[in-house]
Design a protein around this ligand. Structure first.
Ligand code: ZN
Ligand code: ZN
Length: 212
């Protein structure tokens, strides 16, 4: 398991998750982080035994040799203007479950950025984001809560650096411009319960199109 995680799930969110009260999009990010992080798994265990809450099992799904081959073949087949450098093992169990064992269906956001919406409901949405190395997500603030978990690569913003396994909690107090590090493309799992507020007209114009 990963040992160099610096940004964890805050206790309030972990408690809300343990009690089953956390909205589904955020619960998915928490479950994914917990599957990567020994520390949060231990804290969650303590909350659960204290609260006696029953929780869904989140064992990672084993990807069989055959489906792994199929997955890799599909990555080869994908028609893309430029290759997507994603390792076949970057998606933890809870994400793989939503993907149905298939590689993400990426949609372009422009400037080489991509997204794949995994789930969308009245409670919010959860999506995979792909940001090319060195590129910034347009400066924005938040109408609600945003949880972003790094699966590959890293990004930095006004609050710090986030690498694989790190989770950023952004709310209405934070305005930020996340920028992907050089090297590997940054792939994140992001959950929101309200639309983002972009500070320039161009992303605002595109917002309905991308359902961000
Ligand atoms: Zn953690
Ligand atoms: Zn944000």
């Amino acid at each position: 398991m990963m040992t160099d995680i610096n940004h964890h799930i805050p206790d309030t969110l972990l408690l809300s998750y343990a009690s089953g009260a956390l909205a589904q999009p955020f619960a998915l990010v928490v479950a994914t982080h917990v599957s990567m992080c020994d520390e949060c798994r231990a804290r969650l265990g303590a909350h659960q035994s204290a609260g006696g809450a029953v929780l869904e099992h989140t064992d990672p799904i084993e990807v069989s040799g055959a489906s792994k081959d199929r997955l890799l073949a599909q990555l080869d087949d994908a028609v893309e203007a430029e290759p997507i450098y994603e390792r076949s093992d970057i998606y933890p169990g809870p994400v793989m479950q939503l993907l149905g064992g298939q590689p993400p269906k990426w949609k372009s956001l422009g400037m080489g950025a991509r997204q794949s919406i995994l789930e969308e409901s009245r409670e919010g949405s959860v999506r995979l984001l792909y940001i090319p190395p060195g590129q910034a997500v347009p400066d924005h603030s938040h109408n609600g809560l945003e949880l972003t978990l790094v699966l590959q690569g890293a990004f930095s913003d006004e609050t710090g650096r986030f690498g694989p396994g790190d989770v950023e909690v952004a709310d209405t107090d934070l305005e930020h411009t996340p920028t992907a590090e050089e090297g590997l493309p940054c792939i994140c799992l992001a959950a929101t319960d309200a639309a983002l507020r972009f500070n320039s007209w161009m992303p605002r114009l595109l917002q309905p199109l991308f359902r961000i």
